[in-house]
Design a protein around this ligand. Structure first.
Ligand code: B12
Ligand code: SF4
Length: 494
């Protein structure tokens, strides 16, 4: 009988208190990490399953009941910082209900804060740091054969009360040799896994990570999982994955989740040429740094189906960009957006508010910037010092702030720069969003999008009604229209 391993993406809160009306319009991509791991262990003779708690509407207790019913030999939990507490509840429940199950954790939070996490939560048996495929197979092999786990590099394991780090694993796996992610294990794929509203033309949508790693060190970004070395699938393998998604699942749009899709111009050119030659007729989106786009490559990408590019524009202030260690400057950002627009590709600007050094003046600069550039979509996150990002250390020293973990979803101000309160930042947050979405050019674009792609209409209608009701509730509650509800049940501390 093959040993069973149940992979779990724990439930997590991705909406700020008071913003519940946006829940159904946000991105609900599956955990690609778990899909990759499941496919890989299956190839090595194990029987995997996947629980996407958020999609199934599972609470931590539901996950535990499911484990109790099915009694897999192993449970693998993926940990983002925001999900650590829920994952710890799941693991505790499993330890009570089925103590023989081995619990392995991995994911971005573990890659940056594995040791601290294992010392806080004794219910996690062991952890895989960084890229998971090869390490997990070796770890499972060692467990099966009762071997000393310290022979497996890239893990954290327990020896009595001690937590042993076995040292970093060399990243040299050829991605082309990996099986396709196990989309077949998600019963409602792709229907239940919707992207954010207006972020794709026509669904169904699927995600692909065509490369791993990023050589840059923007101070707010956690790159601890894949590190600085960029490795990629060959363009042919990416094409094969796209074709598989289209023919088997009817997927019409791909969202590339690579940190740096345009890290290699040669690779992107080759992929575009294959897509054009084979006439796959799918649309796709990707993320790029502003210094990697030029009119010629943009024109080719557009022809090959590129529908939108996300740029990490962050702010309208050069001074803040410098503080973030972003190589780009505002002028460069503007130029990239103008070129992309001119090539007939939509642009999405990723911004953040409240970074150390943010002032009323820099916020005004950001407002001017989003009012000026020909961008189509704006995503504004509330600055969050994620573990693993250089700024986390700057702000907290080495002091660990576990009390904040459950709020680290980019929707809560956990910190405010001197001279500003988090309440003020919350007010400014709405101002910046409105500065962009109230532009006639932008409203016209959404009107046009709605006519052209009416599939988004129902979600939009629910959003507008929800927003209106939230505003009324806020005004009625004496909060002057501020949507964040300070009286909402407090997230669990520590
Ligand atoms: C696509 C994406 C999303 C998607 C899909 C999320 C998902 N569940 O996979 C959406 C839009 C839903 C999303 C949401 C969020 N995201 Co996000 N996301 C990404 C992105 C761009 C790519 C992720 C990906 O698919 N990578 C490719 C796969 C193959 O890698 P992987 O998932 O890391 O898995 C590998 C290893 O981590 C490991 N592994 C993972 N899990 C496990 C479990 C076990 C048992 C083992 C052994 C190994 C293991 O093995 C896997 C294979 O090698 C990353 C940036 C990045 N470069 O990773 C950010 C990133 C992961 N997100 C981040 C954040 C903060 C979030 C949010 C909290 C909110 C936000 N602001 O976006 C939410 C929380 C989501 C959640 N809990 O599910 C941060 C995480 C930082 C942190 N310390 O928590 C990242 C690193 C961005 C960054 N640089 O700051 N995200
Ligand atoms: S923000 Fe983008 S470019 Fe900067 S370190 Fe993160 S992934 Fe790399």
């Amino acid at each position: 009988m093959p040993k069973r391993i149940m992979f779990v993406n724990p439930p997590y809160e991705r909406i700020a208190p008071g913003y519940d009306f946006v829940r159904h319009v946000t991105n609900r991509s599956p955990s690609l990490g778990l899909l990759h791991l499941a496919a890989h262990v299956r190839e090595h003779g194990y029987e995997p399953s996947i629980i996407e708690s958020d999609i199934l509407g599972f609470s931590a207790e539901d996950v535990v009941s499911h484990v109790q019913e099915t009694r897999p030999e192993y449970v693998g939990l993926t940990l983002f910082t925001v999900g650590v507490h829920q994952a710890s509840r799941i693991a505790l429940g499993i330890k009570k209900a089925s103590p023989e199950t081995t619990i392995v954790v991995g994911g971005p939070h573990i890659s940056s804060m594995g040791k601290e996490t294992l010392s806080r939560f004794s219910q996690f048996d062991m952890a895989v740091v960084g890229e998971g495929e090869e390490t997990l197979i070796e770890l499972l092999g060692a467990l099966e054969e009762n071997r000393d786990l310290t022979s497996v590099t890239g893990i954290l394991c327990r020896r009595g009360d001690e937590i042993v780090e076995t040292g970093p694993r060399r990243v040299e796996m050829d991605l082309d040799l990996l099986p396709f992610p196990a989309w077949d294990l998600l019963p409602d794929f792709p229907g239940a896994y919707k992207q954010a509203i207006y972020d794709y033309p026509r669904g169904p949508v699927a995600t692909i990570a065509a490369s791993r790693g990023c050589p840059f060190h923007c101070k707010f970004c956690d790159t601890s999982t894949f590190g600085a070395k960029v490795r990629a699938y060959s363009p042919r393998a990416v094409f094969d994955m796209m074709k598989h998604l289209k023919t088997v699942y009817g997927v019409r749009h791909i969202m590339f989740v690579d940190d740096l899709f345009l890290a290699s111009r040669v690779r992107v050119t080759e992929l575009c040429e294959i897509l054009l030659r084979e006439d796959l007729n799918m649309t796709w989106t990707c993320a790029a740094r502003v210094d990697t786009v030029k009119p010629d490559i943009l024109a080719l990408m557009q022809k090959a189906g590129c529908w939108e590019i996300s740029f990490g524009l962050e702010t309208g202030s050069d001074e803040l960009l410098q503080k973030m260690d972003k190589a780009a400057r505002v002028e460069k950002s503007e130029q990239a957006v103008v070129w992309t627009e001119a090539a007939g590709i939509r642009t999405k600007g990723l911004f953040m508010l409240g970074y150390p050094g943010e002032t009323k003046e820099t916020i005004e600069l950001t407002k001017d910037f989003v009012r000026r550039i020909p961008m189509h979509m704006m995503n504004l996150t509330k600055f969050t010092p994620y573990p693993g990002s250089p700024v986390y250390i700057d702000l907290y020293g080495t002091k660990i702030r576990p009390d904040h973990w459950e709020k680290m979803n980019g929707m809560n101000f956990l910190w405010s720069p001197p001279g500003m309160t988090t309440e003020e930042l919350d007010r400014r947050y709405q101002e910046v969003i409105l500065a962009f979405y109230r532009r006639p050019h932008v409203m016209l674009h959404y009107f046009w999008m709605t006519i052209r792609y009416p599939n988004h209409l129902l979600r939009l209608a629910r959003l507008i009604v929800g927003y209106g009701l939230a505003k009324i509730k806020s005004i009625g509650g004496g909060r002057r229209g501020i949507l964040v509800n300070p009286l909402a049940p407090k997230l669990e501390e520590s």
